[in-house]
Design a protein around this ligand. Structure first.
Ligand code: ZN
Ligand code: ZN
Length: 398
């Protein structure tokens, strides 16, 4: 018998399109119909159909076997009871004010619920390995340590910043509506004035051992659903889970130089954990709008500077805006159109201190109309230029 850790993540009933109380006959009929439709012989080269066919076959192999079906149902009942799944009445997504949208974190990660992968002894695989005798060799008896509390889920949020705010850093205020520690019981889940008591069945460990044949198994305690404690007087405001869905205002400090698409992690600002367990993290994805003047390349700030032909030929000092005030940029005489001049340290601030550079690209602007005097002077200049022997197309076109 293989450990069926994946069972928790798979819904074989919905795979077959039947309800979880479907009869054996209904299951058989549903499977035959789907297997017939999805059979690879009928769908040559259709990878999606083949994948579906495999999943339907797997679902049927469990649900058509009374032994396996019973085990599957029990496993899911034990873990799917509100506490371990998303079915706590929390909304699947939610909206904050101010044009900021939020969604709850991606896949429900069962490892996280059981204390995370970093805890060598607390992973779900471990528990199920024990329950189902998988992983080679029987685990003997119960566990010495209390089960770790279940950390809240991570949250994802998004915010849009102006180019300049992103470059210079800012603080944005977000309103997040999510499962949060209950303000009445401060997350304990127990009615104020009472406190949770240690589960007598598992002595607070959250696990009980069960002997079956030659092996001893350890499994989550059913009395306390693996939490190790029992709440006799649940908090009236959260129903005993220590969590309330409510709106919170969070100030998010955006560091300098953040770029479009970056994610900022706010530790502990995600969904509250059950009964005072640690909260998940909040991840804020930053979108940065374009700027009329500037673009960026890492910490370098780029700007295109309109100049006249005479400024390029004679040289000039031109005032150029930066993120902080403006800077005088010296254009040397005989500067070619399109050349980029570098102004050190006037670009985007770096997190480690200092700033990138300002890159100024000169671009000649051609007058759309000139007054008579200027036109006359320009004609005179053209003559003089020719007389000087200057040939713009010298060496070109051959
Ligand atoms: Zn409460
Ligand atoms: Zn217990």
């Amino acid at each position: 018998m293989a450990p069926q850790r994946e069972w928790l993540e798979k819904d074989f009933y919905s795979e077959l399109g039947v309800s979880s109380d479907a009869t054996a006959n209904e299951i058989r009929k549903a499977y035959r119909k789907l297997a017939n439709e999805l059979h690879p012989d009928k769908n040559p080269g259709d990878a999606a159909a083949e994948e579906r066919f495999k999943r339907v076959s797997e679902a049927n192999s469990v649900l058509s076997d009374p032994e396996k079906k019973k085990e599957y149902d029990e496993t899911r009942a034990m873990f799917a009871g509100g506490r371990f799944r998303g079915g706590n009445g929390f909304p699947g997504g939610f909206n904050g004010g101010g044009g900021t949208t939020y969604t709850t974190g991606g896949d429900f990660n069962l490892d996280d619920l059981f204390g995370g992968g970093a805890d060598a002894g607390g992973g779900l695989g471990d528990i199920l390995g024990g329950m189902f005798g998988g992983g080679g060799g029987g685990r003997s008896t119960g566990r010495g340590t209390a089960s770790r509390p279940r950390r809240g889920q991570d949250l994802e949020a998004e915010t849009t910043l102006s180019f300049r705010d992103a470059a210079k850093g800012t603080t944005v205020s977000m309103r997040v509506t999510s499962p949060s520690p209950c303000t009445t019981c401060h997350g304990s889940g127990a009615k104020p004035g009472t406190s949770p008591r240690m589960c007598p069945r598992c002595n607070g460990s959250g696990f009980v051992s069960r002997n079956q044949g030659a092996f001893g198994f350890s499994e989550p305690c059913r009395d306390c659903q693996g939490t190790g404690s029992i709440i006799e007087d649940p908090c009236p405001d959260c129903g005993g889970n220590g969590v309330q869905v409510r709106a919170r205002n969070i100030n998010v400090r955006i560091p300098v130089g953040v770029e479009d698409g970056q994610r900022i992690r706010l530790a502990g600002q995600g969904e509250a954990g059950m009964r005072g367990a640690p909260s998940g993290d909040l991840f804020v994805t930053v979108h940065v709008t374009g700027d009329k003047l500037f673009t960026r390349s890492g910490n370098d700030l780029k700007v295109e500077l309109p100049v006249s032909f005479s400024e390029l030929v004679l040289g000039a000092t031109v005032s150029v805006p930066t993120l902080d005030g403006s800077v005088g940029v010296k254009i040397p005489p005989n500067t070619a159109d399109g050349r980029t001049l570098r102004v050190r340290g006037r670009g985007v601030p770096k997190r480690a201190g200092g700033s990138g550079d300002l890159l100024v690209t000169v671009k000649v602007a051609v007058p759309t109309s000139l007054d008579e005097k200027a036109t006359e002077e320009l004609k005179a200049y053209a003559e003089a230029e020719k007389a000087s022997g200057y040939e713009p197309r010298a060496g070109w076109g051959r």
